[in-house]
Design a protein around this ligand. Sequence first.
Ligand SMILES: *Cc1c(COP(=O)(O)O)cnc(C)c1O
Length: 376
Amino acid sequence: MIKPEPLEATAVLTVNLGAIVANWLGLRGKLPRAECAAVVKADAYGLGAEKVAPALAAAGCVTFFVAPLDEGVVLRPLLPEAEIVALSGLVAGNEKEHVAHRVTPVLNSLEEIARWQAFAWSSGKLLPAWIHLDTGMNRLGLDTSAVLSLATQPERLDGLLLHGWMSHLACADQAGHPMSVAQLGRFHLALARLPKARRSLANSAGIFRSRALHLELVRPGAALYGINPTPTTTNPQLSVITMKGRILQVRDIDRGKGVGYGAKHKMDRPGRIATIAVGYADGCLRSQEGRGRVFIDGQPAPVVGQVSMDLITADVTELPNGAVQPGGWAELIGPHRSVDTVAEESGTIGYEILTSLSRRCRRVWLPPCEGEKWTF
Ligand SMILES: *Cc1c(COP(=O)(O)O)cnc(C)c1O
């Protein structure tokens, strides 16, 4: 069979697995005692969990957090040895699948604990579990009265292999926020009444906030993927992705003419517009209109007019003649525009930028080490 010629891409997302591994190793280096897990939920924040998780496992990561069970099921064959933990908890009816795929549930309520215990009794074996204690975020986990029930009736945990207690910080990204200290205090208070097991509290930002938050295991996600875990200071993490879009057309436009849907952007002088092959269907948010920038040959050009499904338009009037040509590339995320900058320009956070990147964009994963064998 003749292999088809590879098509030229119009949008390319490059994910540097080496940078993700280096970010994880860097975090691990900050932890004298705690284990460094990896949060790979939402397809590793949109960057491809099936590539990211095995690369981290090869670097020594042994605990992976996903959100729903399904994400763990996909990863299990790729991570034969690792512990995979599902943060979304134990949805009724999924007990058998958790066991079959060895995905440890984070139990979020007394009801989930009871159901997992009943399943353990009926299957005649001890079943692993993490338990989430709510320490003030009021989102998931056992509340104070549930903790009290567990403290006074420890037999509620019989039949379970307790892998750890966890809680989640609400304000770790804000330096000096009293909430983090308060949550740590509540966590310690609750744990003083409960059976001993490993404890986990910190996400990416929590790792940088204080050593007291590290406990026995940390759960970084964002920092692995290059999002700044210390928003008020320079990003200590390596950037991980680049995204570029093909320039499809360049046109000269008269003063007063409109650009794009709704003709909302009016040229205030004669100028030049480049039309680039990425749109909101690729993850370029509509809120970029009038606020975002692309870089062509290292030079900025403002995104003008509405973002379409497949296209954006940039005003390239200020760029030197000849620098902007159909067939060339515009940088949307990369050395000149970090994920955090794009987020700021779009009125959102880096997490949403990453998880919005769509499948339509051609993806290229750069392996961690030159010469190492990777079969993708
Ligand atoms: C998503 C998540 C994390 C990772 O948070 P980052 O800020 O991305 O490091 C950790 N713990 C829980 C419970 C989460 O939901």
